[in-house]
Design a protein around this ligand. Structure first.
Ligand code: SF4
Length: 436
């Protein structure tokens, strides 16, 4: 099989991994142009300093010994199969890098023969890239659940970031849909990676030149909607992963129905809005200091798909509002719907010198349409008086006009453009930055 066909198969096979996203565009070169855009293959990720970097996103192989029911690459699926060699991956990466198509590599794999055999191939590839090809760009490598810790330790010397996919939020879910995987085979490597990161940090305090171990940390991915696990369970799991293993990110992937099976849910389309709300709630836990059980509880275990989780929380806690923006502490300011981390910091800094009024809030990027119901500004309240929770809920929801708005032909495909009825203009900012 030629390299181009392998690339086509193994680039497409990698698109279900959302730890970084696929390019989303397909375009052939014109006679006067340079380069093609293809749907799978190149994806984007963000570096710690906020730069967007493009990555070659491929599987090493889609031959899989496992048979996870939700997966397009499962052993019993009738799909074209391909396997790279370590040299092929290294050469592709170097050639794309030299042509300026990519700044790094995102390398994952199905389980070829067994976890250790696959992991050895992945390690050989990244080692080759670093040592033989002197590649110094970004590498994100997937760890195969069940692989030997020695192989993971070796992988961590060469990769910037590694990730072990949790895939399903509960042991029951794994039992039902991916019986060859176990909670232990996923959590143990995460635990190991975390302890190695801490150990390396300590070593580098003593010896400046002690080798690095995954300097960009570890991440994971969770499938949403393939099992009956609710949002409370998912969010609590993410919270625990952040707290125990200092994960950089948990990525949520709406379940895409690729096959039918009695153990799989029968849904017509992926639950994208649920995925989006989980990303927002995750942001609240990770950056805003919310606890998972402040956002959801056993009586209300699912996030509201109509309004964002911060507004939903504020509506359930109206007794805490309105807060005076000239006096509230930072922790309370960022809990106000419409005030994000940056605007809260600006308010705190500015009010040392002057009294904050509504115009200043507007300049600081506060979404007053939401925030006005929850704040006073120098004693003045600009929201509606004497309204109850239900009326306020209706006011925070998208308007009928927005619900009827149609997609503009030819625009860049974005989440809000796919679901215009659910988004207000200011949500576009939320989708991109996570601020609410
Ligand atoms: S191990 Fe990975 S590639 Fe193989 S069937 Fe399961 S999810 Fe798919």
């Amino acid at each position: 099989m030629d390299l181009h066909t392998k690339l086509k198969i193994l680039g497409a096979a990698a698109k279900y991994d959302v730890s970084c996203s696929s390019s989303g565009s397909s375009r052939r070169n014109r006679s006067s142009g340079l380069g093609n855009a293809s749907l799978p293959g190149i994806c984007h990720s963000w570096s710690d300093d906020g730069r967007c970097i493009s990555l070659l996103k491929i599987l090493f192989t889609n031959h899989c010994a496992f048979n996870c029911l939700y997966c397009v690459n499962r052993a019993t699926a009738d799909v074209p199969r391909a396997t790279f060699t370590p040299d092929e991956v290294a050469q592709l990466t170097i050639n794309f890098y030299k042509r300026n198509y990519i700044e790094g590599l995102f390398l994952s794999s199905a389980v070829y023969k067994n976890p250790n055999y696959t992991m050895e191939l992945l390690v050989t590839t990244v080692k080759k890239l670093r040592k033989e090809y002197q590649f110094n760009g970004y590498i994100h490598l997937k760890v195969i659940p069940g692989a030997d810790p020695l192989l993971i330790a070796e992988a961590g010397k060469y990769a910037d970031r590694i990730s072990v996919n949790i895939e399903l939020p509960s042991s029951q879910g794994l039992q039902l849909l991916a019986p060859q995987k176990s909670r232990d085979s996923i959590i143990r490597p995460m635990e190991f990676i975390h302890s190695k990161i801490l150990q390396t940090r300590e070593e580098r305090k003593l010896y400046k030149n002690a080798p690095l171990f995954v300097p960009a940390g570890q991440t994971t991915q969770l499938i949403v909607g393939a099992t009956p696990d609710n949002d409370l369970k998912i969010l609590k799991l993410s919270e625990s992963l952040y707290n125990h293993f200092s994960l950089k990110r948990v990525y949520y992937s709406a379940y895409v129905p690729v096959t039918q099976h009695p153990n799989l849910p029968s849904i017509a389309s992926p639950p994208l809005m649920r995925e989006h709300r989980l990303y927002q709630a995750d942001w609240l836990v990770r950056v805003y200091g919310f606890k998972a059980d402040e956002l959801l509880d056993e009586n209300q275990p699912l996030l509201d798909t109509e309004i964002d989780p911060k507004s939903a929380w504020a509506l359930r806690n109206l007794h805490l509002f309105p807060v005076e923006v000239n006096r509230a502490d930072y922790e309370m300011l960022i809990r106000v719907p419409g005030i994000g981390v940056r605007s809260a910091k600006r308010i705190i800094a500015a009010r040392r010198y002057s009294t904050i009024d509504f115009d200043i809030l507007k300049r600081f990027g506060v979404v007053l349409k939401r925030a006005r119901h929850f704040i006073t500004c120098n004693g003045k309240f600009y929201g509606e008086r004497n309204i109850n929770e239900l009326t306020l809920y209706q006011m925070l929801k998208p308007t009928a006009k927005q619900q009827n708005s149609t997609k503009v032909a030819g625009e860049q495909l974005t989440f809000p453009s796919l679901y215009p009825q659910l988004f207000q203009p200011e949500d576009v900012h939320t989708v991109i930055t996570g601020e609410m």
